[in-house]
Design a protein around this ligand. Structure first.
Ligand code: AMP
Ligand code: GLY
Length: 422
């Protein structure tokens, strides 16, 4: 079958590479893709915000299945419109994507279906938010309700910082995403990213990973989309996975059904694993970036068959087969990321990195300008190592990234510090 993948990041490069190995695939189109993806699929220009244009393109190219990488088209209802046109799509409907699109929606669902999460309040005006803060001292977490590209969360270590966060969000710093605020208790523990495939009725555990959100070594500096990751997350033992499925994922599936918004696609749970078990920090309605770049190289099953089964409502009973390999990715970012990444610097010698054993380089914010490859975004490359242990995977990733000649980039030196041995 012909498939259209939507997106342009490292996540989509990993999806494209894995989909391209499927025996079910005839031709893969990617809109818009990136230079790394262009080597394995046909990159096309389609305005994905124009749903009629996407549908027309699918008809023209006889595309039977659309895989959506990022959250924005999901929240905009692209899956609803494709399905109404008779085209299968991987991802939740607009109503179900509220699990990512509104933190308040997710918190209320958790409360109503006994899903463990931090205690919280929802506010649409400053006075009541500040009154809540007066009763709930720091540390406390203040969040813009809507999509804010990962920037709408302030973990406040002092009362003054918490009050400032309320002021900032209600002053319009995050636009419409900040029209409502969620304030919640600060959770302690170890974070993990967990992914389940969902077909509307059933969910199947997919894989876990550990992300590194802060920009600097030692988990310092501002939050980013993610500076590196490894899979599996050692804390997600088989027993913990079972608990997360039973206590968080399955009640969410039931809750979404009860709300009339069946959940199909991948459900990405950001978890805090504390002394009394797993708690939900947030849901995303899509694969993680850079988590996907370390999960998919471990997948032994046919990804296209699994994603199709989510769309068609016939997921296999399972389990998903992952290799015993560890994978670790280091994000090579443009100087200035996350605030103001510098564009246009030239990147050389990626092929030297790719020539090493157990190394895959995924492109994210890259662009071809004539014969040159240049930086064109914040997170630019994801240099991924595979190995028998996370230490071996890490050593391969760092050996590879050292071979890339890019003056305009930087990366964290300590990805995997919690899991790797020297
Ligand atoms: P989110 O965008 O909701 O995933 O939040 C971004 C980051 O803020 C998370 O990955 C956590 O590190 C942190 N965070 C969010 N909520 C909490 C919480 N309730 N307690 C502690 N840390 C949190
Ligand atoms: N790496 C976190 C995310 O994809 O949201």
């Amino acid at each position: 079958m012909n498939v259209l993948l939507i997106g342009s990041g490292g996540r989509e490069h990993a999806l494209a590479l894995t989909l391209s190995k499927s025996p079910l695939l005839d031709k893969l189109f990617v809109a818009p893709g990136n230079p790394g993806i262009a080597a394995i699929a046909e990159c096309v220009v389609v305005d994905t915000a124009d749903h009629a244009a996407v549908i027309a393109f699918c008809r023209l190219m006889k595309i039977e299945f659309v895989v959506i990488g990022p959250e924005a088209p999901l929240v905009a209802g692209l899956v609803d419109d494709l399905e109404a046109a008779g085209i299968d799509a991987f991802g939740p409907s607009r109503a179900a994507a509220q699990l990512e699109g509104s933190k308040g929606f997710t918190k209320d669902l958790a409360r109503d279906f006994n899903i463990p999460t931090a205690a919280y309040g929802r506010f649409t005006d400053k006075a009541s938010a500040l009154a809540y803060l007066a009763r709930h001292p720091a540390p406390i977490v203040v969040k813009a309700d809507g999509l804010a590209a990962g920037k709408g969360v302030i973990v406040a270590m002092s009362d003054a910082e918490a009050r400032q966060a309320v002021e900032t969000i209600f002053s319009g710093a995050f636009g419409q995403a900040g029209a409502e605020i969620v304030i919640e208790d600060f959770l302690e523990g170890e974070e993990a990213s967990f992914f389940a495939l969902c077909d509307g009725d059933r969910a199947l555990a997919f894989a876990s990973a550990q992300d590194h959100k802060r920009v600097g070594d030692g988990d310092t500096g501002p939050n980013t989309g993610g500076m590196g990751a490894y899979s599996p997350a050692p804390i997600m033992t088989p027993e913990m996975t079972e608990r997360v499925m039973a206590e968080i994922i399955e009640p969410t599936m039931r809750g979404m059904n009860a709300r009339g918004a069946r959940y199909k696609g991948v459900l990405f749970a950001g978890l805090m694993i504390g002394r009394d078990g797993p708690k939900l920090i947030e849901f995303n309605a899509r694969f993680g970036d850079p988590e996907t770049q370390v999960m998919l190289p471990r997948l032994e099953d046919d990804l296209l068959a699994l994603l199709l089964a989510c769309a068609k409502g016939n997921l296999p009973v399972g389990p998903v087969h992952l290799s015993q390999t560890s994978a670790l990715t280091v994000v090579h970012a443009a100087r200035g990321y996350p605030e103001a990444p510098e564009k246009g610097s030239i990147i050389k010698d990626i092929e030297k990195a790719e020539a090493l054993e157990g190394v895959i380089v995924f492109h994210a914010g890259t662009k071809r300008v004539g014969a040159d490859l240049v930086a064109n975004g914040g997170r630019v490359l994801n240099v991924t190592g595979l190995g028998r242990t996370v230490t071996e995977a890490r050593n391969r990733a760092y050996a590879a990234i050292a071979l890339i000649d890019w003056q305009g980039g930087f990366y964290r030196r300590d990805i995997g510090w919690r899991a790797a041995n020297e």
